[in-house]
Design a protein around this ligand. Structure first.
Ligand code: KIV
Length: 307
């Protein structure tokens, strides 16, 4: 039986009624389990109501992308609020040059792995390229797969031509996160991964599309690679929270790609990125140390061998 099934929450203050999303509490393994690991972790995923409450109260939302079980376990132990299983998975985990190769099957498989690793986090599942542009049934089939895989909500890019689909998904009881600004699924039409909304007219269009998504029922909106002032304007205009990536500080929260934040992709250095670790170098050094130990006959030692 996995350790996760043995987990018992030992609240430090208050009873179950006072449990907050992502409230750091001590989690101990029950007697009988094979390990005595203690960790800080969320006790329940946040909900769409928490997203709104955080914006209303001026508390920032932190979101991180995640695509696999072992990374999800690390995110689950962190205080990061929520997870996006982004279609950037096509690039970060599968090595494609852009997100156009992501499929519903790929997204559902990664969503399920993340849901198993981070059952205490709110998960947004990204709808892949064209999945919401082929008609309502196809869109709803994709939503069904992602939600069945363990997502709590779905995200899709743009609004022009599919506002009614957004409305239908939201009216079906599935929270929808919008995504405007740089929408990577439109990379060929945008002529590259470029900062958007750089003119007054483009900011007006961004604001009206953001309004359209809010009116269609979105509970939150990602703003990617837009000038900080444009993001501030949209954030003030909307009731729902905005989550920025390359959108400056005047948004309701931030999202970063897991691999970028950890420095697993050292050659990727966009202006907006802050790296919090040098994981690529660390892993590289660890692998070389292992290789050296094997080659020198120093691994395994007697202590690491069965008698
Ligand atoms: O797929 C993704 O990682 C995203 C974020 C960059 C917002 O959409």
């Amino acid at each position: 039986m996995s350790n996760r099934r043995h987990l018992k929450v030992e609240a430090q203050h208050g009873g179950p009624k006072s449990v907050q999303p992502n409230d750091a509490r001590t989690i101990r393994l029950l007697p009988g389990s094979s390990s005595s690991i203690e960790a800080k972790a969320a006790v329940r995923p946040m909900t769409v109501l928490d997203f709104q409450k955080m914006k209303n109260e001026g508390r920032k939302i932190s979101m991180i992308t995640c695509y696999d079980y072992s990374s999800a376990r690390a995110v689950a132990q962190s205080s990061v609020d929520c997870i996006l299983v982004g279609d950037s998975v096509a690039m970060t985990m599968h090595g494609y040059p852009n997100t156009l190769s992501a499929t519903t099957t790929m997204m559902a498989m990664h969503t399920a792995a993340v849901a198993r690793g981070a059952p205490s986090k709110f998960i947004v599942g990204d709808m892949p390229f064209l999945s919401y542009r082929k008609g309502l049934k196809e869109a709803m089939d994709c939503v069904h797969e992602l939600m069945s895989a363990g997502a709590h909500s779905v995200k899709l890019e743009g609004v022009r031509g599919h506002a009614e689909i957004v409305r239908h998904i939201a009216d079906s009881g599935v929270p929808v996160m919008g995504h405007l600004g740089l929408t990577p699924q439109s990379v060929n039409q945008l002529g590259g991964m470029k900062v958007q909304a750089k003119t007054d007219a483009a900011v007006e269009l961004l604001a009206s599309q953001a309004r359209e998504l809010e009116d269609a029922g979105c509970f939150a909106l990602v703003l990617e690679c837009v000038p900080a002032e444009a993001a501030r304007k949209v954030t003030e205009l909307l009731t729902i929270p905005t989550i920025g990536i390359g959108a400056g500080p005047a948004v309701s929260g931030q999202v970063l790609v897991y691999q970028d934040l950890l420095g697993l992709n050292p050659s990727f250095k966009p202006k907006f990125l802050r790296t919090y670790a040098s994981a690529f170098e660390m892993i590289h050094a660890a692998l070389d140390s292992y290789n050296d130990d094997v080659k020198r006959g120093e691994f395994p030692s007697e202590n690491e061998s069965y008698s």
